[in-house]
Design a protein around this ligand. Structure first.
Ligand SMILES: Cc1cc2nc3c(=O)[nH]c(=O)nc-3n(C[C@H](O)[C@H](O)[C@H](O)COP(=O)(O)OP(=O)(O)OC[C@H]3O[C@@H](n4cnc5c(N)ncnc54)[C@H](O)[C@@H]3O)c2cc1C
Length: 408
C-alpha cells in the first residue's frame, strides 16, 4: 500500500490540504497529525465571537467529526511529530510511532512570542493563540477589572475591543508610536486610536515595558521604564508570533524566517512542502520572500500544495488579503503595502467608511478598506492585475474602482 500524504499540523492550512486533496481526486492515504487536542478549528473567532461570549467554542471546528471518516482522512490529535527522517521518508511521533510518507506537508503554524521581562511567568499573564488559551482567557476576562494589553497589533486590539465592551478598564501599551504600525498607514492607525479611545481604552505609545509586578504570585501591575505603573489583574501579551520551523531545521531543511519554500511551495527536501504561517516563500507583491500570517494565505497555499501533489503543477501567486473585526468595524486589507511611497485616503474616516490606497512609484500595491467590502473586492482585483489606477483617481470618490477593474 502506498504511504500517501502525511500532514504535520492540523490547523487551518493542514486541514485544507487534506480536504482539497480529496476534492482534487487524490486517492491515496492522508494522515493529518496535530499536537492540539480536538478536531481542527479556525482561530479568528477566538479573538472575536468566542471571546465576546457570542459563540460556543465548538463553532470554530472546521468540519464535524464525520467529515474525516467520509473523506478517508486519518486524524491524529494530541500528538506531536518529534522528528522527520527525509531519507527514509517517515516521521516519528512523540510516542515513538513511525509513519511513512510519499509526500510530506509541513503546516506547523506559529507560536506566541513570549514576553521577555521580569514577572512574565506570574499567574495572570496570558496569550491568545489556541482554543485552550482562548477558554482560559475568557474565564479570566470575566472576573478581571484592570486589563493591561502589551502590544497594539491586531490580536491586542481585538481583545481590547471585547474587554472594554465587557466594562473592563483597559490599557494598551504599544512600543511604537502608533497602532498596527507594521502593516497600516498612519490614517488607519489614527482611526483606530480614536475609535478605541472613545470607548474608554487608554493607550501608551513608545511604551518600554520594564516588568510585571505580582502579589502572592499573581499579577498586580505593569511597570514602564520611566517608572509609570499600571494596575493589572490580567496581562495579555500580544507581541507577535514565531514560526514553528524547528522540526524542519532539525531535519536539515533550509530555514530562514520560517521554512524556506520555492514558488511551488516545495521545501529544500524532495517531496516536502510547507505552507501557511510557518512558510517563508517568494511573493511578487512583496518583491522578495515573506512569511504571512492569515487565513487567506494558509487556505490558498494549501490549495496550491494539494494541486501540486495531485499532479496539477501549480505556482503560488495569490493576492494576499486579511481582515480584522473590532466592534462593528471591519478592516479588510488587500495586497502588501510594504515599501509604499504614497498613501491616499478615499472617503471620510469620520463616516466609518473609507479606504486607504497605497502606491509605489504611482503603481497601486495595496488597499485597506474600512466597512467598504466592495472596494476591498475591487482592490484585490486591481492589485492582482497590475492596474494603472493613478493616486488622484484612487482618492476621487466619483471614480468607481469596480468599473476601473473592468476596463483595465
Ligand atoms: C486569535 C487569532 C485570531 C486571528 N484572526 C485572524 C483574522 O481575523 N483574519 C485572518 O486572516 N487571520 C487571523 N488569524 C491568523 C490565522 O488564524 C492564521 O494565519 C492561520 O491559522 C494559519 O494557519 P496555519 O495552518 O499555518 O497554522 P495554525 O492554524 O496555527 O496550525 C498549525 C498547527 O500545527 C500544530 N503543530 C505545530 N508543530 C507541530 C508538530 N511538530 N506536530 C504536530 N502538530 C504541530 C500547531 O499546534 C497548530 O495546531 C488569527 C490568529 C489568531 C491566533
Amino acid at each position: 500500500m502506498p504511504a500517501g500524504v502525511v500532514i504535520v499540523g492540523a490547523g487551518q492550512g493542514g486541514f485544507q490540504v487534506a480536504a482539497s486533496l480529496r476534492t482534487a481526486g487524490y486517492e491515496e492515504p492522508i494522515t493529518l497529525i496535530g499536537d492540539e487536542p480536538g478536531l481542527p478549528y479556525q482561530r479568528p473567532p477566538l479573538s472575536k465571537a468566542f471571546l465576546a461570549g457570542a459563540e460556543p467554542i465548538g463553532d470554530a471546528d472546521l468540519r464535524p467529526e464525520n467529515f474525516y471518516g467520509q473523506h478517508r482522512i486519518e486524524v491524529i490529535t494530541g500528538e506531536r511529530v518529534a522528528a522527520i527522517d527525509s531519507h527514509m521518508q517517515r516521521v516519528t511521533l512523540s510516542d515513538s510511532t513511525q509513519i511513512p510518507y510519499s509526500q510530506l506537508v509541513l503546516a506547523t503554524g506559529a507560536r506566541n512570542r513570549l514576553l521577555a521581562i521580569p514577572g512574565a511567568a506570574l499567574d495572570g499573564v496570558c496569550y491568545l493563540r489556541t482554543r485552550v488559551e482562548a477558554s482560559q482567557l475568557r474565564e479570566r476576562m470575566m472576573v478581571a477589572q484592570n486589563i493591561v494589553i502589551i502590544g497594539g497589533g491586531f490580536i491586542g486590539l481585538e481583545v481590547a475591543a471585547i474587554a472594554t465592551s465587557l466594562g473592563k478598564r483597559v490599557v494598551v501599551l504599544e512600543a511604537r508610536e502608533r497602532l498596527m504600525a507594521r502593516v497600516v498607514a498612519p490614517a488607519i492607525s489614527e482611526f483606530y486610536r480614536v475609535l478605541h479611545a472613545e470607548r474608554g481604552i487608554q493607550f501608551v505609545f513608545g511604551a518600554e515595558t520594564e516588568a510585571i509586578l505580582g502579589v502572592a504570585n499573581s499579577v498586580s501591575a505593569v511597570v514602564l521604564r520611566d517608572g509609570t505603573s499600571y494596575p493589572a489583574d490580567l496581562v495579555i501579551g500580544g507581541v507577535g508570533v514565531l514560526p514553528n520551523s524547528e522540526l524542519a531545521e532539525a531535519a536539515g531543511f533550509e530555514v530562514g524566517n520560517g521554512i524556506v519554500v520555492d514558488d511551488h511551495l516545495r521545501s529544500s527536501s524532495p517531496n516536502v512542502f510547507a505552507l501557511g504561517d510557518c512558510a517563508y516563500y517568494p511573493n511578487r507583491f512583496a518583491g522578495g520572500a515573506v512569511r504571512l500570517e492569515s487565513v487567506q494565505n494558509a487556505v490558498d497555499q494549501a490549495n496550491c500544495v494539494a494541486a501540486n501533489i495531485a499532479g496539477k503543477a501549480h505556482k503560488y501567486d495569490a493576492v494576499p488579503w486579511f481582515w480584522t473585526d473590532q466592534y462593528q468595524i471591519k478592516l479588510q486589507m488587500a495586497g502588501l503595502s510594504i515599501g509604499y511611497d504614497q498613501a491616499v485616503t478615499r472617503g471620510d474616516p469620520a463616516s466609518h467608511k473609507f479606504s486607504v490606497l497605497y502606491f509605489k512609484q504611482d503603481r497601486l500595491i495595496a488597499i485597506d478598506s474600512i466597512n467598504r467590502p466592495g472596494e476591498h473586492m475591487a482592490g484585490r482585483k486591481l492589485v492582482g492585475s497590475g492596474s494603472t489606477l493613478r493616486p488622484e483617481q484612487g482618492a476621487d470618490l466619483s471614480v468607481d474602482l469596480k468599473g476601473f477593474v473592468a476596463t483595465t
